[in-house]
Design a protein around this ligand. Structure first.
Ligand SMILES: Cc1cc2nc3c(=O)[nH]c(=O)nc-3n(C[C@H](O)[C@H](O)[C@H](O)COP(=O)(O)O)c2cc1C
Length: 182
């Protein structure tokens, strides 16, 4: 089937992260993102693509810090709250009924209900099409013990993945393919 070119992203299943930031006055903000990726091992860099109108970008421009909260399917029903366009400085973590926890290295809070967190400092950014590509240096990475066994345990953690709009993907099986030729 031939698709509209602008529908290309609907072919790609992408993990959802919730990025938390704070405003100049210290009010927390959180929003889901799925156009995102690890970018480099050394230094550890992580990037995501953010519309320039989003409060997330406004806050990161302001203080250069953000937390990437890696979430499971249990938070799926809250996506519609977190993606709501509340006015600036409405605390979306509270609106979604989630809880804040102090980060170790930066000011924006972690979301306690996430399964893992990347605390990031803005490294660089650039315009990319109709988005801003935001690159963060990972200062701290932490995961809840029960979701880790050498790598993220996808069967216990059950990451939430996005396709488009109201369409999400859940339930993964861990599969290990031997590197037979090494
Ligand atoms: C699952 C999901 C994934 C999303 N991914 C992105 C994304 O990658 N980039 C983006 O700019 N907006 C994305 N959005 C939309 C923003 O989360 C949404 O517009 C939000 O209100 C922005 O909040 P803010 O203004 O507080 O930053 C996504 C929304 C959902 C529900």
């Amino acid at each position: 089937m031939k698709l509209k070119r602008t529908d290309y992203y609907k072919l790609l299943v992408r993990p959802v992260v919730v990025v938390s930031t704070i405003s100049e006055k210290g009010i927390s903000n959180a929003a889901p993102f799925s156009f995102s990726s690890p970018l480099s091992f050394k230094p550890p860099l992580y990037g995501f693509s953010c519309s320039p109108e989003h409060h997330t970008w406004r806050n990161i421009k302001e203080n250069e810090e953000f937390v990437v909260n890696i979430i499971g399917k249990d938070l799926g029903p809250l996506m519609h709250v977190l993606e709501e366009n509340f006015s600036y400085e409405v605390n979306e973590i509270e609106k979604a009924g989630l809880n804040e926890e102090r980060s170790k290295k930066i000011k924006p809070p972690r979301i306690r209900e996430a399964m893992a967190w990347l605390e990031c400092k803005l490294e660089s950014f650039g315009e990319i099409g109709d988005h801003i590509w935001i690159v963060g240096r990972v200062l701290e990475a932490e995961v809840k013990d029960k979701f880790w066994s050498e790598v993220i345990d996808v069967e216990t953690a059950s990451p939430l993945c996005h396709i488009s709009g109201e369409f999400f993907a859940t339930e993964m099986k861990m599969k290990r393919y031997e590197r037979a030729l090494r």
